[in-house]
Design a binder for this molecule. Structure first.
Ligand code: GLN
Length: 279
């Protein structure tokens, strides 16, 4: 039987829908576009195009992964963030749209040529986007060597000269350079809440990128304990925070000597970003 784009699209959707994958329409399209190496226009305009058996086979392999609740971004190995494409795999968190608020906040305040340090780079999406869109000189650390490897791939993909190293927090960061600002989207989910997350997150995304300890605030405390030693006087700090963590993280920042503290809400009206100045 000859398989066309429209037949495969419909069959993929049906299978995903039956398995109660909410995003079945878009997911079937994304997987098919990836297999064929085409964009959405081709799916729509060339719906009668005949698909080879090999491509159809690959499509079903991907659909089966999706049935196992693997996020599409891991299946296709890439994700869009800040209008840029990033390489991702199961060693790094999938960049979230909400995190664009963090990047945009930094971009609105920091100028080209400034020196920034990111703690917990994951895919490197934050640092690479700051370097690409803002001309900012970024250094970044992550405890996971596999994450640092992905982040380096993303820096070189975007031809950005970010200095990414393996380090447990500040352990391998030298005191010789002081940074104009520090940015982090640390793990901030309280340990007990992780079980309540969707299967796609809890079974596929790296736990150590999600788990913020018993109250979710462990990394804000740990970063704030040492961060001022690595900052120029008047240096700025920017954090992504959980929807209900604004008040608690503001308190941590105040105790660590930060002032001018601002909380920025996301489109849903929840706390999402907090920033302050080292006084
Ligand atoms: N900085 C990365 C991101 O925002 C990783 C964050 C994390 O692993 N908690 O996607």
């Amino acid at each position: 039987m000859l398989l066309t784009i429209s037949a495969l699209r419909a069959a993929g959707r049906k299978m995903l829908k039956e398995a109660e994958v909410d995003s079945y329409v878009i997911d079937a399209d994304v997987l098919l576009m990836h297999v064929l190496g085409v964009d959405k226009n081709v799916l729509l305009m060339e719906s009668d195009r005949v698909i080879s058996d090999t491509d159809a086979e690959r499509f079903w392999v991907f659909v089966k992964k999706r049935l196992g609740k693997m996020p599409v971004q891991y299946i296709v190995g890439k994700c869009e963030f800040m209008s840029m494409e990033f390489v991702v795999d199961e060693n790094v968190l999938i960049p979230r749209p909400d995190t664009e608020i963090l990047v945009e906040t930094v971009l609105s305040k920091e100028k080209s040529g400034m020196k920034g340090l990111e703690i917990g780079i994951g895919s490197g999406c934050i640092s690479v986007a700051l370097a690409h869109h803002g001309g900012i000189n970024m250094m970044g650390v992550d405890i996971s060597p596999k994450a640092v490897d992905i982040a380096r791939q993303n820096a070189s993909k975007w031809r950005q000269n970010c200095n990414f190293i393996v380090s447990d927090m500040f352990a391998n960061v030298s005191h010789r350079t002081l940074f104009d600002f520090v940015v982090s989207n640390p793990p901030y989910i309280p340990t007990a809440d992780i079980e309540q997350l969707g299967e796609n997150v809890k079974s596929h995304e790296p736990r150590n990128a999600l788990d913020g300890g018993p109250d979710g605030l462990r990394f804000y405390r740990d970063i704030c304990r040492d961060v001022t030693e690595y900052m120029t006087p008047g240096g700025r700090i920017y954090f992504e925070i959980g929807y209900d963590q604004g008040h608690a993280v503001k308190h941590i920042l105040c105790m660590a000597g930060f002032s001018d503290i601002n909380i920025i809400k996301d489109l849903a009206g929840h706390d999402r970003v907090i920033h302050g100045t080292c006084s």
